[in-house]
Ligand binder design. Structure first.
Ligand SMILES: [Zn+2]
Length: 341
């Protein structure tokens, strides 16, 4: 994105937030919190806002794209734009990172205007880093703007939230998202566009990335493997071995989760009770399986044996294919095995 104002032209569902920002920025505060799901354009929005604030000759709330400041910004070299996020291999943002940011901020502004700080994934600050940030927000330096972004606003301490003006972002309505994705990838058929959106929680940018990265091949591999596991031509362990080679094997959880959502939905929205071919027991199994997927994902994230977590989940899936009756305890016990191992 290099043209100003492009953020809501490129991503029309951000228009309400853009006009909200215009109103809020009429009297520019010192800290804003932007929250919402991943893959709907929050990062792009932040960059747009930062460019406008740093622009030397903004017009109608939009950056000019031609001044020296805009040039620096567009080429990712603006000395008064600071970005802070988790380092690639780290689980949190440390207090040292915040301190070194503070040190840089104390130097004078290079361009004589605002300094803009973007903390991406502010929920990853650890406790002492939060305290350090809180101090900065409590005693705001002049002409310094903090843009904090998060996909998990519930994880933020109230003390941080209360010191920021908040902008909340929502994914677009499904038909709008489908329209948008079609325009971006015209060669892709409707079924795949819908699948991409469902697997990515309706987040259009993430869905687009999923399509462009060819992840539908993984998706089909997963479906094929399940069929083969069910027919006994492949073991769960063989399939899991292949899934673990994917760049993001944790996507399997999304696939399983969406499978259970679709399974339940197909029955729930069946208006003719005669046409119901599935028992209530089976529906309960699917709902329970949904929970099992979430638990398995948590176990995965808490460093359980990855192979076992996935294998257990496959076996859970297999057992609900074969069972008409609610499975009370099996889920818990098997998933825990994955964790303990
Ligand atoms: Zn400019």
């Amino acid at each position: 994105m290099s043209q100003s104002g492009a953020v809501f032209q490129s991503y029309p569902w951000l228009a309400p937030q853009w006009s909200q920002w215009q109103q809020l920025s009429y009297r520019l505060g010192h800290a804003y919190l932007l929250s919402g799901p991943q893959g709907i354009g929050i990062n792009e929005f932040v960059k747009e806002v930062a460019q406008v604030v740093l622009c030397k000759q903004p017009n109608n709330g939009q950056a000019c794209s031609v001044c020296s400041s805009c040039h620096l910004f567009i080429s990712n070299q603006h000395p008064d734009f600071f970005e802070l996020r988790r380092l690639e291999d780290k689980k949190e943002i440390t207090v040292d990172q915040v301190r070194s940011l503070l040190y840089k901020l104390n130097e004078t502004s290079h361009q004589g205007g605002y300094k803009v700080v973007w903390i991406e994934g502010v929920e990853y600050l650890n406790q002492s880093a939060f305290n350090a940030l809180l101090k900065m927000l409590e005693e705001p330096a002049p002409k310094t703007l903090f843009l904090l972004s998060t996909h998990q606003v519930d994880r933020l301490p109230a003390t941080i939230k209360s010191r920021c003006q908040q902008l909340n972002f929502m994914p677009p309505a499904m038909p709008d998202a489908i329209d948008w994705l079609h325009k971006q990838s015209q060669h892709v058929d409707e079924a795949l566009v819908k699948r991409a959106l469902r697997l990515n929680w309706g987040a259009p940018l993430q869905a687009l990335q999923w399509i462009e990265a060819g992840l539908f091949e993984e998706d089909s591999q997963w479906k094929n493997d399940l069929k083969q596991i069910q027919s006994g031509r492949k073991t769960a362990s063989q399939s899991v071995g292949e899934w673990l080679k994917w760049q993001q094997p944790e996507r399997v959880f999304d696939y399983f989760y969406q499978w259970s959502v679709s399974a339940v939905r197909s029955v729930m929205y069946q208006t003719n009770p005669q046409a119901r071919t599935v028992s209530n027991g089976q529906i309960q199994n699917w709902l329970r399986f949904q929970q099992a997927v979430l638990t398995a994902k948590q176990n995965w994230l808490s460093n359980a044996n990855k192979e076992l977590v996935l294998e257990s989940l496959c076996l859970e899936w297999l057992s609900i294919q074969q069972s008409e009756e609610p499975l009370e305890s099996v889920f818990q016990s098997r998933i825990q095995k994955g964790k303990l191992a």
